[in-house]
Design a protein around this ligand. Sequence first.
Ligand code: PA5
Length: 445
Amino acid sequence: MIKISIDKIQGGVSLDEVKALRNDAEKANRMLHDGSGKGNDFLGWVNLPNEITPEQLAAIEACARSMASLSEVIVVIGIGGSYLGAKAVLEAMGDSFRFLHKTQDAPVVLFAGQNLSEDYLYELLDAVKPYKLGAVVISKSGTTTEPAVAFRIIKEEIEKRYGKTEAARRIVAVTDAKRGALRTLAQQEGYVTFVIPDNVGGRYSVLTPVGLLPLSAAGVNVEELVRGARDMARATAPDVPFEENPAALYAAARNALYRKGYKTEILASYDPKLQYVAEWWKQLYGESEGKEGKGIFPASVTLTADLHSMGQYIQQGERTLMETVISINKPKHELKIDSDAANLDGLNYLAGKRVSEVNLMAEMGTLLAHVDGGVPNIRIELPELTEYYLGGLLYFFEKACGISGYLLGVNPFDQPGVEAYKKNMFALLGKPGYEDQGDELRKRL
Ligand code: PA5
């Protein structure tokens, strides 16, 4: 099970100050379950791990197998919550250098629609030319511009290659049950579709087909991912006492620190495999909490790489930072440092040690240095980087985010601020209905 340690936050707040939030955190957790809080029409994720049926999982896995039988490359098209969950798990579970392997056990999954870079899309189309191609297009609203643009281009490529009928077998859509342009398009084109439940928002949707279908297609064991989330749902339930409930403890600790002026939380890990877990976490917390002029700013670093860049700021910059470290106890592989007769690099004192032992001492040394430098530290330990523990970690962060948002007094399930850029972009692009605003904006540019 995942273990959380908050004893090293005491340079910033006392454990008593964290415990003072016990009642509020327990209440917030109950509100997530009884639906009495803000945004209660988006609480479908709370019981999701227990509600996914074996039949639903089997249908996702069967579709993934069918896609894998047709395609060497699957382009997964989506943005925000319709992208980051699958990307995070795939990067964590996949071989870091899988693209270089001559043979692949599963289709290579690539992502598009998460940006509007012409070069990115052009180079993607160019790179997939020699490969059999399929696509999963994901959009809850079915109207988001970035994935819609990417999908139009990739759909055309698939139809050009295989014809419309065969293309329809190679494209799967994940969207709202009834609404949105993507639902209409999928119906007209005859695509297989999966539904994103109404009551699950994008950034809480990794355990729906949004995350599970691309991951299953890429060969990730989604049953284990869900099992891990299910066990974490039990471990973070409202009847679990505060001191034993990792989600309540994490939410209370970061809020106690926030109230003392620690306005930025840096999520750190010592394995680049977790870089996109941090991106997923940033979206989850940034979009859920950053509103009404409030919210902890979520940042991230990958260590030890960033000790040689952001490390300076963390150690000695403005003292408004807290740090949460995700630590993996056991690596997947074993690699030792050998003794060298000449010892020209002076590293023989490490001979016989595993690289992970060196990494752990870097982590321990950094922990103490940052705490001494005035950066309170929360530590989250995973026994291993497996689907099971990752599923638990994702659910843990979701649950803690819901509790934390309520402690902060915001609705953690809306994102009204995201509309501002969209309106301007539509106006500047001349989308029908936005003409007047377009003229106004152009004058200001
Ligand atoms: O968390 C969210 O709700 C957002 O980040 C959405 O996932 C993102 O904007 C993509 O939306 P959609 O799936 O409707 O294309």
